[in-house]
Design a protein around this ligand. Sequence first.
Ligand SMILES: [Zn+2]
Ligand SMILES: [Zn+2]
Length: 265
Amino acid sequence: MKKLLKYFFTICLFTTITAAFTANTMAGETQAVAATATVSTPAFYIYLYDNIDPELVRKIIPMLKEALFDMEFVIVPEKLEVPESAWVEVRKKYYAGDILKQLAAIKPENAIAVVGILDVDIFVGRHPYVKGLSNPAIGTSVVSVKRLREYASEYRFKLRLAKEILHELGHLLGQEHCQYPRHCVMGYSTTLAQLDAKSRFFCPYHKEQILKELKDRGLSPQKHKLPELPPVNTAEKDKVKNRDNEKAESSSRETAETTLDFIVD
Ligand SMILES: [Zn+2]
Ligand SMILES: [Zn+2]
């Protein structure tokens, strides 16, 4: 376990250094993007890739704000392209880790966190498809809508996308998977059925933890009504933690650097 932690730390450090280096080399590009999109207050930034419809994302912003204390969200108008360097011919998919690094390189200074939305299949480690992936060490997430449209009405599709974004932002705000999966957007979901079944809101526990995290970062959320906390079931919580640890241990180098959610089909 000790060895694993050391390995995990080294990878995080490596990722951070790489991101910092790339950010320097891409400083000009960063300014170009930020010029039309930056707001003065701290905000969550959403970057759209290729054919993602900005209108679709605009429609789900109210759901994101409702769950996240009415914090500011910015949809960056300039589209991004999935970097060709992320294409892995043998898998016929894009490597998600490279996309997280691309986003870190253009992250605006006042970004609380950054999420990129794209419409291609992405992967990490041995998992065939990834619907959402975060790297808290560099403050970026990526969500693929490619599989989210399956068997879904327009409304269900939007709901799935909102849940995925909120779940990944939860990870970027330091949260782990929830012990009440159906009642919290931090519930771990490997299938679309599990994604559909879980709430689009944070449970009272995660709501409080996120509020605390935002305040620790010097932010003052507008709406922060906190309902009563349910009793914390420590045994269940340990079970979730152990399960996550086992997954991390059995994963490859790429999976060790990130928090994962994926569709296994
Ligand atoms: Zn929760
Ligand atoms: Zn997760």
